[in-house]
Design a protein around this ligand. Sequence first.
Ligand code: TYD
Ligand code: MG
Length: 529
Amino acid sequence: KSKEKVQWVCSNCGYSAGQWWGVCRSCNVSGTMKEAKFSDADGVVSGFSVLGDGVGSWLPQQEGELRPLRLAEVNRGLDHQHWRIPLSGPFGDEISRVLGGGFVPGIKNFLAENCEWVVIIGSLTLIGGDPGVGKSTLLLQIAAIIAEGHSDGEASPVVYVSGEESVEQIGNRADRLKIESNIYLYSSNDVEDILKKVQYLSPGALIVDSIQTVYLKGIMGSPGGIMQVKECTSALLRFAKKTNIPVLLIGHVTKSGDIAGPRVLEHIVDVVLYMEVGILLQLSFFEHLVITYASINGEKCSSHRMLRAVKNRFGSTDELGVFEMSHSGLQAVSNASEMFLSEQHLDSEILAGLAVAVIMDGSRTFLIEIQALCLSSSTGSRQVNGIQLNRADMIISVLIKQAGLRLREHAVFLNVVSGLTLTETAGDLAIAAAICSSQVEHIVALLLLFLPCLEIPIPNDIAFIGEIGLGGELRMVHRMDKRVYTVAKLGFRMCIVPKVAEKALGTEGLEKMKVVGCRNLKEIFNLVR
Ligand code: TYD
Ligand code: MG
C-alpha cells in the first residue's frame, strides 16, 4: 500500500503547505486551511481533487479511443467558415464581428481519405464583465439567435442554466426581450446535475450563468472560490469536448482584484469576451505596451456597452462590438462611428475652435470632436483634457514656429468632447486645426483681412487625419483608407490628409467627398483660413 501524505490546503485559494496555518499565507484568509490526504501512488487526493480525475467519471464517455494523428492525416483544408454558425440580424452581425465571423460551436477534424469524423471538440466561451453590465441579457439574446437556427442548418434548442435566478425570472426577462425561441430554462447550482440533465437534450449550446454560482461536489470551498471556479470550468470544458455541445459561460469580474474572477480562467477556455461600459483605446506609439481606459461620460453614451474579444482561438481579437441597452434588451449600434459627435455637430451648428478627428479601436473607426479655446493672457498657460500634455505642447510649439501663430501670449485650453482620451497621433492634425480655428492671428491673415482678432469656424463637414512632425510636416498614420472611407460614408464634404496618403487612396467610394492632401501645416492653415 502506498504511503499517505498529509497536506494542509486552503479552501479559498488552493495554497498548500506541509503544516497548518491559522491564516492562509497566500490569500490571508483565516481558518481556511483544511487537512487533505494525498496518496503517492496516483496523486489523487482523498476528500479533495487537484485535477478532478475521479470527479469526471460521471461525464459522458466517448466511444472509441482517440489516437495521435499524423499531421498529414488531419484535414486542415477544412473550410472553417463552414463551422461557424452565422448569426442573423443586426444584433447577430455585431456578435459575429466580435467572434471573428460567427459562432464556432466546435472544431471537427477528420481523416482526409475516408472523411470519417475522428475528433470533435466543442468550444468553451467565457463572457466576463462587471455585475449589472448586462451579461445575462446578452447571453439570453445570443441563446435566442442560436436557437432560431442558421440559414443552412436545422434549428436546435439552447439550454440556459442559471444559478442566480429562478426560471420564472429568466422567463420574465425573455418576455421583455420578446424572445420566443426554442430555449430550455433550468435553475441549478450543481454542475453534475446540470450536465446530466443537459446531455439528454443534446442542445445546440449550453449557457451557464454564472461560474461563480455553481459548484462541484467533492471539491473544497464554497461556490465562487478559486478551487470551485477552476474545477467547474474544467468540468464544463471536458463536457464540451466529449459531447461537442458548445458551452458559453458567464463570469463576474470582481471589483477588488479578480482573484476568483474570469481572469484565472482565461487560459482554460477557447474564447474570452469582455463586456464593459466604455471604450478601450490603444496607444499607437507604444502599441502593445500601454492600454488606456476611457469611459464614455455624459448621458448620451451611458447606455452603450462594448463587447470585446480578449482571447479567441478561432479568430482575431481586435474587434469591438457596440451595443445600446434599451428597454427591450441590447441593440446593435449601427452608427457607432458617429457616437462621439455631439448633437450640435450633427445639426450643422458651426462653432469656432472645433475640429473632427478620426481615431481607431481595433478595426473600428470613431469620429471625435476636439475643442480649442485661446485667450489672451500673459502667462500663456496650457490646460488639456483628454490629450497628453506633452503632445499638446509639441503641437502648440510647432504651430508657433512653423505656422507663425502667436500662441506664446495666449492661454490655450484643449478638450476632447465626451470624455474620451485621445491617444493616437492621428488626432494631431485635428488638434492643430482646432487651435488655428480658435486663434487665427496669423501674420498673413492680419495682412489680408485687417481684422484685430479672428475666430474662424471650421465647417462641420470637414475631418482631419494625420500626425504632425516637429518640422510642421504631416505624416501618415496606419489604416488611412479605412478612416477616410468611414468619413466619406458619414457624408462629410472634405477630409484633410497627409499628401502621401492622398496618392495611396483610390477614388472608389470617395466620389462625394473631396480628399485634400497637404504637405505641411502652412498648407492646412491656408485651407482653414
Ligand atoms: P443583467 O443582464 O442582469 O446584468 P448582469 O447579468 O451582467 O449582472 O442586466 C443588467 C441591467 O440591464 C439591469 O440593471 C437592467 C438593464 N436592462 C435593461 O435596461 N433593459 C433590458 O431589456 C434588460 C433585460 C435589462
Ligand atoms: Mg446576471
